[in-house]
Design a protein around this ligand. Structure first.
Ligand code: 2BA
Ligand code: 2BA
Lengths: 141, 141
């Protein structure tokens, strides 16, 4: 493993840029969010506000859990609830100057990490797939 | 990076053993599968048959896509459809003697890999988190 090469990873080169990241807005309802997730095929996506700043993360487990009643999943509630009520606000972020070590540490517990610039604008996401792909190429020499 | 150590990974030591893996049966309906996914908090889990052999994988994207109508997601269809109709049957597997290189190569495209023994019985799963955790400890020396 040629450690210096592997560790010279540049986040900007490897992140999925914001224009290619499926996302929803804080004000959307959960029915809309579930449709976006279903059509994109992703299980979790970022939540942005109208200023394009990162506010949280919404996922199918979060949505389903929010409408889980005593006896059944109450799908009729999806229209009534908003993304900002259910979303996970506590999400890790990095900026484009962060190191691969910081990225890997966070990717242990998070399938993707949001990248934002110094002003807090959403720039893209770094995924586990990207890092594992680099690791795979690396150990194949 | 002490490559020899890192690559001496033993799958049996690092996999989540079958008794701790949430799963469903081929004959369950999608409403049951969605409840298991929601209560466990996972987005995708293995599908087994009554002989405890691995048959496929079911996920919230697969379930939602299978009931996606022209105008809305048709939740009432969940009771009518079975796991075996919707599940992804084309899933990669490894046995406990496989190498970390084989594991990493598959984990590039799959969040977890099913481990089965020589007779085809389900033994457990190896997750991206486990491999990234090892990588993280490794680069911190
Ligand atoms: N349309 C597709 N084409 C090919 N492979 C697909 C795919 N959808 C999912 N996968 C595979 O499944 C993994 C898990 O996807 P999931 O949606 O749960 O979890 C995803 C999703 O929550 C998020 N994500 C990835 N790309 C995204 C995007 N363009 N927009 C929004 N969120 C994204 O990052 C997580 C980790 O992504 P990662 O690539 O490491 O891992 C992905 C990828 O290996
Ligand atoms: N209850 C929980 N406690 C702590 N962290 C949690 C968690 N549920 C999810 N996570 C975190 O979210 C990641 C993605 O979970 P997901 O359910 O989409 O994707 C999971 C799920 O599809 C499957 N999986 C993991 N553990 C499982 C289990 N015990 N039974 C069945 N499937 C499991 O393997 C995928 C990758 O798992 P991985 O651990 O790499 O990655 C997990 C883990 O980092």
């Amino acid at each position: 493993l040629h450690s210096e090469e592997f560790l010279e990873f540049n986040i900007s080169d490897f992140m999925i840029p914001s224009e290619r990241v499926a996302h929803v807005q804080v004000g959307n309802n959960l029915e809309h969010a579930l449709l976006v997730l279903t059509k994109s095929g992703y299980t979790a996506i970022p939540v942005l506000d109208p200023q394009y700043k990162l506010q949280g993360l919404i996922s199918t487990p979060i949505i389903m859990d929010s409408i889980l009643g005593l006896e059944r999943i109450e799908f009729e509630q999806l229209e009534q609830k908003r993304v900002e009520e259910a979303m996970n606000r506590n999400i890790p972020r990095l900026d484009a100057e962060s190191s691969i070590q910081q990225s890997i540490e966070l990717l242990v517990d998070h399938p993707f990490i949001c990248i934002e610039n110094k002003e807090g604008y959403f720039e893209g996401i770094l995924t586990r797939r990207t890092v594992l792909d680099q690791l795979n190429k690396h150990i194949r020499r």
